[in-house]
Design a protein around this ligand. Structure first.
Ligand code: PEP
Ligand code: MN
Length: 250
């Protein structure tokens, strides 16, 4: 997959669980995502966690599950890499590589990713400026990057992070760069995700990254912000309408 193919979907939607926890879990969600028409599955085997005793992801054990999904279900996989050493293994099966917020300034990781050809989701660091974010993208190769605004840390404490739509808009207006928005991490709570997703698309974002699971309570990471698949499906149809209206008006 190239960045161009990914962005040919208007809006582009990447979704799935926060983390892969078992073969059954990820296969079941992958089937649902394929049915709904999601463009790439969140398939995260390694999770950078704040606390060392939190679930760290299934790691390498999940590689065969993602291979199976790709051959039987045929949905592209968007996979986070958290260290340069993982890139060989992941690049072989991933359609999209992914750098998490905590690794936006892991320059050795960015340099290693620059040697691949995949499109790359580059999440914004927790307190990164727009300039720093774009500079990180240049390490990878700016033509391969899809920037992801996932909320930043500010004095505003109403929700988990503050969605910086200004930054997303600046990326579009001032730099002509593709940007998707992750309302799940911004909100930290599932009831706020639909409104933030709609706001993001109304503001001109190219797409969304959303966490969803058939039973959010079973999710090992970020369950409070994980939507049910039914609620997610509803958001998808609404944001498609908003995308059409937004682009007709602009
Ligand atoms: C995630 O996408 O699950 C995640 C941990 O996001 P971020 O890197 O933006 O914190
Ligand atoms: Mn998450």
């Amino acid at each position: 997959m190239t960045r161009k193919t990914l962005l040919s979907h208007k809006p582009v939607i990447i979704a799935g669980p926060c983390s892969v926890s078992s073969r059954d879990q990820i296969l079941r969600i992958a089937r649902e995502m394929k049915r709904i028409g999601v463009h790439a599955l969140r398939a995260q085997l390694w999770k950078p966690r704040t606390k060392p005793d939190s679930f760290q992801g299934v790691g390498e054990k999940g590689i065969p599950w993602i291979k199976e999904i790709k051959s039987t279900i045929g949905i592209p996989a968007a996979m986070e890499v958290t260290s340069p050493q993982q890139v060989d293994l992941v690049a072989e099966i991933a359609d999209i590589l992914w750098v998490g917020a905590r690794n936006m300034q892991n320059y050795e990781l960015l340099k290693r990713i620059s040697k691949e050809n995949h499109p790359v989701v580059l999440k914004r660091g927790l307190i990164a400026t727009v300039d720093e974010w774009i500079a990180a993208g240049k390490y990878i190769g700016i033509d391969r990057v899809v920037f992801c605004e996932r909320g930043i840390r500010t004095g505003a404490d109403a929700m988990r992070f503050t969605l910086d739509l200004n930054a997303a808009l600046s990326l579009k207006l001032d730099h002509h760069l593709p940007v998707v928005i992750d309302p799940s991490h911004t909100a930290g709570r599932r009831d706020a995700v639909p409104s933030l997703a709609k706001a993001a698309i109304a503001c001109g974002a190219d797409g969304l990254i959303i966490e969803t699971h058939y039973n959010p309570e079973e999710e090992l990471v970020d369950k409070d912000q994980t939507m049910t698949i039914e609620a997610f499906e509803d958001v998808v149809s609404r944001i498609k309408e908003i995308y059409t209206i937004t682009h007709r008006l602009s």
